[in-house]
Design a protein around this ligand. Sequence first.
Ligand code: SER
Length: 339
Amino acid sequence: MRKSVILITGANGEIGHGLISSLQERYQQNIVALDLKVIDPEIRPHVKESIAGNILDKALLDQINAEYQISEIYHLAALLSTRAEFSPVAAHDVNVGGTLNLLELAVQQARSHGQPVKFFFPSSIAVYGIPSLKIKQKITKIHEDEYCFPETMYGCNKLYCESLGAYYSKHYQRLSDNSLPGLVDFRGMRFPGLISAVTVPSGGTSDFAPEMIHAAIQHHPYDCFVRPDTTIPFMTMPDAIRSILELMSAPKSNLTRQVYNITGWSASADKFRDKMQSVYSDANITFTVNEKRQSIVDSWPADVDDSAAQKDWGWQPEHHFQNAFDDYLLPGIKAHYGK
Ligand code: SER
């Protein structure tokens, strides 16, 4: 008999790190971790199998399909927004082609074991594209269905993959009988900028906040690549991980959407600077705007409406600006660097 497992792609990434240890603690399930690079040593003890390979390698996915019975897929692998602007075609291949391959794997699995495969997809505030700063300032909390006109390849990829997920959940090969249950139970989350105490992102555009915090705690200077007034929503990594677990364990009948907004708090870059300088009076934080990255974050909302997540599956962040720093980021990052 094939072994029943959870498959996590992009396992070495920031979300993968947090998610794998939580899933292991919570469900004691067998995890297969897949990443382009050799799986990090900290992750290996928590997983049943570590696979270094490409989600575009169909032979590898066929092999995984043959070897395992997969109940859930957490498809985290992606090229983030800034990196994707440097290689848009490669980003499209990985972000869209990779997601399609994983959705197809989910279909094959559901057909072979007779149960829908739950599929988690991390989407992003990058799906929004607000045409001007003036309009950005007027919008208080953006609703999931507003301003979905992304200005980056990454945002286009995420928005399209949300639609693909909905298609695979609701319409895929159901020409004859629409009453049949879907083969894929696709659940997506539009994350704001995520901040972890133990990892620093790379290739994203919300990276200025985590980079600034990690630099200040290590007493390194930091030159922020966006204007001081730049405001987008953020959340801590533990809240992000908990939100994934909560969304994935919510009864399907409670879910009114395929993809949910979610947030912790919104803050400007200078609010992050002020906070770090209030803790470290010597924190050397300057601002030199990178026009391309600035225009990306200017097209992202300052805040999101996450009332659907609150109503449908009880979402509440534990961390807001103040306690994110006091209870998690400052102690966690200091401990991480041994400061
Ligand atoms: N944090 C991501 C990025 O900056 C957005 O989802 O690309």
